[in-house]
Design a protein. Structure first.
Length: 607
C-alpha cells in the first residue's frame, strides 16, 4: 500500500491559491456531506491534498474525517480557484481508516484553534512540501521516502516529481520523528500533564543556551526547563562530574554516608545565609518544602503555617495546600493549618492601595491574619523571596523585615523557598539576600544540579536537633545528583556567575523596558531581579484596563518559538511572560533574545 504524489509543481502559484483552495474545499464538503464544514475536515483536506484524477479535464477532491473518506466532489480545471493549481495526492492505504490516524493528527495539531489556525498549518504544510519532501513527510509519520523520476511532460521551469511513501501507522521509535513522539505522548501520558505550544516542541539535544528539537530547529533557551538548567545544557563540568561518579557509585540511599553527599553538604553550608548549618537531602522542591514545614512544626510544637497567595510549593498533598494558585490544586485542600496571606503584588495590590504610600500594608496585615484566623501560635511562614510561578512578583524592600517580626513574635520561624531564586538566579546567591531576610529554614531545588532531580532543606542546628523522629530518603543525596550539584556550585564560584547574573539581568531588564515603551498598551508591567524577569500582558495599560491578556501570551510564545526563542509563562491567569536564561548567558545572547522578543511583540500587535 502506498501514497503517491503526482505532478507536484513547486511554484509560488501553489501557495498563492491557498485561500481559494480552502474555500473551495469547504464548499465541496458541505455539498457532498450535507453538513457544515468543520476545521478538522478542512485541515485533513489540506494536509493530504486533493484526490487527483487525470480523466478528462477534471480534478477530484476528498475530505477525510476520522480517517474515512467522507465526501468527494469534482470540479473542472476552469474553476477560478484552481486555474493555477497542479497538485495531486492519491491515498490508497486503508490503514488510515482502520487506525484513525487522520482524526488523531487533526486533534493533536488543531486543538480547537479553529479555521485561522487551520490555514496557518496548511500554509506550513505546503511550504514544507516545497522545501524538503523527505523531512516533511517523515515528520508526518512516514518513512522510506523514495524519490521517483521527473515527469517527462511539463514546463522545464517547473520541478515535477513523483514520490512513493510507505506509511507507518504505529511506528517504532528506532528513528523517531517529532510527530511520532507527540503521538505516543498523547497515548501514554495523561492529558493533565501540560505542554507548551499548539504543537508541543520535542527537545532532542542542547548545549549551553541552545536547544535543538527533533526537527533540527535550534532555539535560544531562555526558560531552561523552568529555571533548572542553571549552567546551560550539557555543561562540560557537570557532565564530566556525573560520568566520573557513575563509573564509581550511582546509588546508596541516606542509610550510607557518601563522599559526594558530605562534600556537597559542606559546600551548601559554606554558601548559605545566616545560621543554616544542617542539610536534609530530598528529590524535589515539593518534598523539600514539605520537610521544611514538618521541621517548623516539630521545632515549635505549633501546626499553623502562613504562606502567600500566588505562591507555588509543589504537587504533594501538603504542597498543594500551600499553593496560592487554584490552577495547581487537583483536589480541595485537606490541611486546615495553612493560611494564605495577601501577596505583595504591587501591580495588582490586593488591598487596593497605592504602593508608593501604603507603608507596605500587605505585610502589616499579617498581624490581623494571625489574630483572626489562627490560634495565635505559629509554626512558621513559608515564602518565595520572589513569587515564581505566580508571575515573577518581587515584594517591597521592607516586606520581609515586617513579616518576620510578626511571625517570630507569634512563635514561628521564617522559611525561605529558594527553589527558583537560589544559586545566583537573582544576581545574589540567594533571593532572600535582596530583602535582608535570614531564614531559620531554607529550601533548594531546580538549578541545584543543573537538571538532575535533586532538592535540599537547610536549617539551623537547633531546629535540626529538635527533630528527633527517624527519617530516611531512598533517593535523597543520590551520588550522581550530588556530584552534579557540587560541580554547579564550583562553577558558579569560580566563574563569578552571580555577578554575571546581575550584570546580564540588568541588560535584559533594560531591553524589556525598551520593549514595554514600544508596546505600552499591551505590556502592563516589567519586573523581577537578576535573570528572573517577568512581563505582565494586559488588555490596555494606557487606559488602565488590566484585564489579563492570556491569549496574547500564547500568541507571543508561538511567535518567539517560530523565531527561535523559548520563554515561559505564569501567573494566576497565565498572562505573565517568564524569562530566565542560564547564569552564564552572554551579552550577545541577551541582545539576540531581546531582538526576537521585539519582533514577536510586533507580530502579535500587527506590525
Amino acid at each position: 500500500m502506498n501514497i503517491k504524489i503526482r505532478r507536484l509543481k513547486l511554484t509560488h502559484d501553489l501557495l498563492a491559491t491557498l485561500g481559494d483552495l480552502l474555500e473551495a474545499c469547504l464548499e465541496f464538503y458541505q455539498k457532498t456531506s450535507g453538513r457544515p464544514p468543520d476545521p478538522s475536515a478542512a485541515y485533513a483536506m489540506l494536509s493530504f491534498g486533493p484526490l487527483h484524477s487525470e480523466s478528462g479535464n477534471c480534478y477530484t477532491y476528498g475530505i477525510f474525517t476520522d480517517g474515512v473518506l467522507a465526501g468527494v466532489a469534482s470540479v473542472t480545471r476552469d474553476h477560478p480557484s484552481l486555474r493555477s493549481l497542479d497538485f495531486g495526492v492519491t491515498l490508497i492505504h486503508p490503514g488510515f481508516r482502520r487506525k484513525g490516524l487522520g482524526r488523531r493528527l487533526v486533534e493533536h495539531i488543531l486543538k480547537d484553534q479553529g479555521l485561522p489556525r487551520c490555514i496557518d498549518r496548511a500554509r506550513a504544510v505546503l511550504q514544507g512540501l516545497q522545501t524538503d519532501h523527505r523531512s516533511f513527510f517523515k515528520g508526518m509519520g512516514f518513512q522510506q521516502v523514495s524519490p521517483g523520476h521527473l515527469c517527462p511532460e511539463g514546463s522545464p521551469s517547473d520541478t515535477q516529481v513523483e514520490m512513493v511513501l510507505s506509511p507507518l501507522i504505529l511506528p517504532h521509535m528506532d528513528d523517531p520523528s517529532a510527530f511520532m513522539v507527540r503521538e505516543k505522548h498523547m497515548k501514554f501520558i495523561p492529558a493533565a500533564v501540560a505542554t507548551y505550544y499548539d504543537e508541543p516542541l520535542v527537545p532532542l539535544a542542547g548545549k549551553g543556551s541552545r536547544l535543538v528539537d527533533l526537527d533540527g530547529k535550534t532555539y535560544l533557551d531562555f526558560f531552561g526547563g523552568i529555571l533548572t538548567v542553571a549552567l546551560g545544557h550539557a555543561h562540560d563540568r557537570v557532565t564530566k562530574a556525573v560520568i566520573a561518579q557513575l563509573q564509581r557509585l550511582s546509588h546508596a540511599s541516606t542509610f550510607y554516608p557518601t563522599i559526594p553527599m558530605v562534600e556537597l553538604a559542606e559546600k551548601l553550608i559554606a554558601s548559605a545565609p545566616g545560621q543554616l548549618k544542617k542539610v536534609f537531602f530530598t528529590v524535589s522542591g515539593s518534598e523539600a518544602d514539605e520537610m521544611a514545614v514538618t521541621l517548623a512544626q516539630a521545632h515549635t510544637g505549633n501546626l499553623e503555617v502562613i504562606t502567600l497567595r500566588h505562591s507555588y510549593a509543589g504537587r504533594t498533598v501538603m504542597a498543594q495546600a500551600l499553593d496560592g494558585l487554584s490552577s495547581h490544586r487537583a483536589v480541595q485542600s485537606q490541611i486546615g493549618a495553612v493560611k494564605h496571606a495577601p501577596a505583595p503584588y504591587c501591580y495588582r495590590c490586593p488591598l487596593r492601595l497605592d504602593p508608593k504610600s501604603c507603608g507596605t500594608a500587605c505585610a502589616r496585615d499579617l498581624k490581623e491574619l494571625v489574630e483572626t484566623t489562627t490560634t495565635g501560635r505559629l509554626a512558621g511562614m513559608l515564602v518565595e523571596p520572589i513569587l515564581g510561578a505566580g508571575g515573577c512578583i518581587p515584594p517591597p524592600p521592607d516586606y520581609f523585615a515586617i513579616a518576620a517580626e510578626i511571625v517570630r513574635k507569634h512563635g514561628g520561624v521564617m522559611i525561605a523557598d529558594e527553589v527558583q531564586t537560589g544559586f545566583g538566579r537573582t544576581g545574589k546567591m540567594w533571593g532572600a539576600q535582596h530583602f535582608g531576610l535570614e531564614p531559620e529554614i531554607m529550601t533548594l531545588g531546580k538549578g541545584i544540579a543543573n537538571g538532575l532531580p535533586m532538592a535540599a532543606t537547610l536549617c539551623t542546628e537547633w531546629i535540626a536537633d529538635s527533630f528527633t523522629s527517624r527519617t530516611i530518603s531512598t533517593f535523597g543525596g543520590n551520588p550522581l545528583a550530588c556530584a552534579a550539584a557540587g560541580a554547579v556550585l564550583d562553577e558558579i564560584k569560580e566563574q563569578d556567575l552571580v555577578a554575571n547574573s546581575a550584570e546580564r539581568g540588568k541588560e535584559l531588564r533594560e531591553s524589556l523596558v525598551r520593549i514595554q515603551r514600544q508596546f505600552p498598551r499591551m505590556i502592563g508591567d516589567v519586573r523581577g531581579v537578576g535573570l528572573m524577569l517577568g512581563m505582565e500582558l494586559v488588555r490596555d495599560e494606557t487606559t488602565m484596563n488590566r484585564t489579563p491578556a492570556t491569549e496574547a501570551v500564547s500568541q507571543l510564545m508561538e511567535e518567539t518559538r517560530r523565531r527561535g526563542l523559548l520563554i515561559g509563562k505564569g501567573g494566576l491567569h497565565g498572562n505573565i511572560i517568564r524569562i530566565a536564561p542560564p547564569l552564564n548567558v552572554s551579552a550577545e545572547e541577551i541582545e539576540e533574545g531581546a531582538r526576537i522578543l521585539m519582533k514577536s511583540f510586533s507580530a502579535i500587535q500587527g506590525g
